[in-house]
Design a protein around this ligand. Structure first.
Ligand SMILES: NC(=O)c1ccc[n+]([C@@H]2O[C@H](COP(=O)([O-])OP(=O)(O)OC[C@H]3O[C@@H](n4cnc5c(N)ncnc54)[C@H](OP(=O)(O)O)[C@@H]3O)[C@@H](O)[C@H]2O)c1
Length: 305
């Protein structure tokens, strides 16, 4: 069954969820309760964990390409849909375009990419190239990368959204130094998505941007959900606490992602990985129960960052 994140949080752990899910059983949670994130501007629901492709750069090394392909295949098989990429990640758009075509999943994924040109004519060229490389006539989400050229790019992006070339538009950052500017743009423009850094190691977005996104009906893609691996290093010598089972988490990765998904906004983490076993682990976080407010506090205290 599918249950939205909002329902899961409202029901909390245990009895409420059992009632909602009928024959739900903790041991079978992964096959029965898929967590989704709702895009407020449309009501569309997406599987609550996506994938980041910053490292999908290839020199046509066959072994590496095979590993990328196996990872994307495992992602899709596990129910994953949201793929985040960018023309700034080396040749990642070329690699992703080829792989989704070879796997036959090109039209069955939610493709998000970016643009970062100051000159609107350069932006148009850059975005047209993304359509070509990704092999799509419509791109699900176009984002202004790191707020570069925002005003110029948003004008083209909104026009192309009207024409049906993009389904959604947004802006991204990964730096608290840009939060004030991001807030200004969120208040000025109508956006479907923002993308920012948020994790147990990096909670600055909780102060203003996540509440604002919630109030203004903006979905939030979350980059750096593992703080580029820093979170794993922080728990390297710690075994999984008993409370992990209260949120149906079987790994530290799932705890970190469920922490992001359960934040009080429409969040959707996009952990970067090029490894099939990591993607399977990550997709496990899109099933089962989520931590409530008191368990979130316990996680924060335990990890201690
Ligand atoms: N401004 C922006 O727009 C912006 C900025 C930064 C990032 N992004 C996007 O956000 C995505 C995520 O950020 P990121 O990749 O830089 O950092 P991240 O997701 O915080 O961390 C990625 C690291 O975690 C490892 N990892 C992934 N799953 C794991 C698991 N289950 N267990 C253990 N380790 C795991 C990966 O290793 P392996 O690769 O070996 O699996 C990689 O080293 C990027 O790929 C990109 O799409 C956007």
């Amino acid at each position: 069954m599918t249950i939205s994140r909002r329902d899961l949080l409202r029901l909390g752990a245990g009895a409420g969820l059992i009632a909602a899910a009928g024959n739900w059983h903790p041991l079978r949670a992964e096959t029965q309760t898929r967590i989704t994130t709702t895009i407020p501007s449309s009501g569309e629901q997406l599987p609550a964990v996506g994938i980041g492709t910053r490292d999908y750069r290839s020199n046509t090394n066959a072994t590496e390409m095979q590993r990328f392909q196996n990872t994307l295949e495992a992602f899709h098989k596990a129910g994953g849909r949201v793929i985040d990429t960018s023309p700034n990640y080396g040749n990642a758009e070329t690699v992703i375009g080829e792989l989704v075509s070879d796997l036959g999943i090109r039209d069955d994924v939610f493709m998000a990419t970016k643009v970062d040109r100051e000159d609107p004519r350069d932006g148009i060229k850059r975005m047209n190239r993304s359509f070509e490389l990704l092999g799509r006539e419509q791109i699900d989400l176009m984002q202004v990368h790191n707020l570069r050229g925002t005003e110029a790019e948003l004008e083209t992006m909104q026009a192309w959204k009207q024409e049906g070339r993009f389904r959604y538009v947004g802006i991204t950052t990964h730096s608290p130094r840009q939060y004030a500017e991001m807030e200004r743009i969120m208040r000025k423009h109508t956006l479907d998505f923002i993308q920012l850094n948020y994790s147990l190691a990096d909670r600055g977005a909780e102060e203003r941007l996540l509440p604002l996104a919630h109030d203004r009906g903006i979905a939030v893609l979350v980059n750096l959900p593992y703080a580029r691996g820093r979170l794993f290093r922080a728990v390297a010598n710690k075994s999984l606490p008993d409370w992990a089972s209260d949120m149906d988490a079987t790994s530290w990765g799932q705890i970190f992602l469920k922490y992001v998904i359960s934040a009080p906004a429409e969040t959707l983490p996009i952990p970067g990985t090029t490894k099939p076993h990591h993607v399977k682990d990550n997709m496990g976080a899109a099933f089962g129960r989520l931590p409530d407010a008191s368990l979130r506090k316990e996680i924060e205290e335990f990890v201690g960052l």
